[in-house]
Design a binder for this molecule. Sequence first.
Ligand code: NAP
Length: 336
Amino acid sequence: MTNIANKKLTLAKRPVGDPQPDNWALETETIDGLAEGEVLVQTALLSIDPAMRGWMNESKSYIRPVKIGEVMRALAGGKVIESRNPRFTAGDYVTGAWGVQEYAKGTGDEWQKVDTKMAPLETYVGTLGLTGMTAYFGLLDVGKPQAGETVLISGAAGATGSMVGQIAKVKGCRVVGIAGGAEKCRYVVEELGFDACVDYKEGRLHAEIKKHCPEGIDIFFDNVGGEILNIALAHLRLKARVIICGAISQYNNTTAPEGPANYLSLLVNRARMEGFVVLDYASRYAEAGAEMAQWMMQGKIKGKNHIVSGTVEDFPETLMMLFRGENFGKLMLKLD
Ligand code: NAP
């Protein structure tokens, strides 16, 4: 094998507030041969996730922080270009969490082979990857939706929210989304089949939730946190479930996250608010993936990917698109 120059993006400095250009360092290393049992993958797609902002912090979380000087953690998809591991052959496509770099060398123990004849690589990174798993287990395992119930979803036009709403429709629920802007709301209703969508940027969230959920909400699937969570709590029905998937509105705060003043609605309505981490469901991904794939083939759900083309150097700007609400569906960076 000839030597390969691998460009990678490392964490140079922890951010305070919005990530800035000086939080990152671009480095080049030479990969010069594989040991017995190793595989070399060329990155094709990087999954861009709000959680990345949390991984940049020093603080304790469900996963250890990315260390200073370490390659930024990222879920990725790519092609095996060389293998000294019997599990992989050059030409195989794989997904794994090898980070923001052009190539990755490893034993592949935690990488999954995927069949790109069945579905394109982006589907394995998005709908059938952790995004789909998050929607599936968050809604079905934590929320336990029943047909006829009303499900409200924040971040409805995003990767997770758009899948949650479609799965809730499969389960016979009435589904109302919350998204930023008329175009996103139109997309959520007309293309994804939600029953209604509220544009939170119009500033009438209380009244609009009341209008679209006149009996209140049975499940609130929250991707956003902050004031949206607070307002949603005021509309709970008896025995409602509030699923804390994420709180993107709080991730760049320089002060403590904003807590919901309306939390006593949980008491009044004998409701439950529960957080979850998709990684806890790893042993059941195959089961969920099979069911999601079937729904896709039956046309019951569709994955929308927002793919930006660029290089690893474009990662910082692409990440910021999430916080500016510039993505429709699952955001990925496709390496040129
Ligand atoms: P996403 O929804 O595709 O993208 C983020 C969206 O959030 C943006 O498009 C934007 O949509 C919205 N947003 C950004 N800043 C906002 C603000 N200040 N107020 C309101 N909305 C804002 O991202 P995703 O990958 O699906 O992730 C969604 C959430 O799930 C995140 O909170 C993430 O951390 C969480 N998550 C949790 C798990 C878990 O295991 N618990 C796993 C994966 C993801 P608008 O244009 O509509 O504002």
